[in-house]
Write a protein that binds this ligand. Structure first.
Ligand code: ZN
Length: 240
């Protein structure tokens, strides 16, 4: 049975649950072992399964969040087109950001169980990786990798990795590149709650300013349901 993470680990403020891989990415050790096995299978099938993003700290997520809310980082619509943030109401800004980015403290990337992947053998070394919908759509440069992954998932041969954002449920946009190690992340999701997020975002806790905070506070339970919780059917039931 996996050891439960503590509140600070679940919300990206404590990094003691992680190991650092040779490429600098950080994951829980059990997740790293499983991912190495999946990488080997991928290599045998002609793909170089590589990590674009793994663990992300609260501070890093806060920088991303504030950049989008301030308009210094682009916000995209579902078709990948930049959205004019200055023309949106604050509530519209909040939902446009939540479609593609988690609230600091509520990212699955805090847990060391989740990562974003691509096929580095499919692109030149200087390829400007975006992780955009078009890259992973049918005909996109990473579609063959993801079709192979789909088949592994369906066959129960994906070493515990599944897709929490595989389909559009009206909240977070589909992210075919996002994999989660279910044997550990199911427990993390069960531990996480709106109360934990509210505590994590308390002014006493947040380092520096957090934009759109009042809008989050006003709508927290709806945000939890629509953008944070992932229905249990994202993976086969796992024994904990
Ligand atoms: Zn991700």
């Amino acid at each position: 049975m996996a050891k439960a993470l503590n509140r600070r680990q679940l919300t990206g403020r404590d990094e003691t649950h992680l190991v650092t891989l040779a490429n600098g990415h950080r994951l829980q050790s059990e997740v790293a072992r499983a991912f190495t096995a999946l990488q080997l299978d991928a290599r045998n099938a002609g793909f170089e399964l590589s990590i674009a993003s793994s663990f992300r700290s609260f501070c890093r997520q806060l920088t991303i969040w504030n950049g989008k809310a301030a308009g210094t980082r682009p916000i995209h619509d579902d078709l990948g087109r930049p959205m004019p943030i200055e023309r949106l109401s604050r509530a519209e800004q909040l939902h446009a950001i939540l479609r593609f980015s988690a609230i600091p403290g509520a990212s699955r990337h805090h847990w060391g169980t989740d990562l974003d992947v691509y096929d580095s053998a499919a692109v030149p070394p200087d390829y400007p990786l975006q992780l955009s919908p078009s890259e992973v759509a049918a005909g996109g440069v990473f579609d063959p990798l993801h079709c192979w992954l789909d088949a592994r998932l369906a066959a129960g041969e994906s070493h515990g990795f599944f897709r929490p954002y595989g389909i559009d449920r009206g909240g977070v946009a589909p992210e075919r590149w996002h994999l989660s190690y279910a044997p550990l992340s199911v427990a993390c999701a069960a531990q996480f709650s709106g109360a934990m997020l509210a505590f994590c975002l308390d002014a006493e806790e947040v380092e520096g300013e957090m934009l759109l905070k009042a809008e989050i506070d006003a709508d927290l339970s709806q945000i939890m349901t629509r953008y944070v919780a992932v229905p249990e059917d994202w993976c086969p039931s796992v024994s904990l």
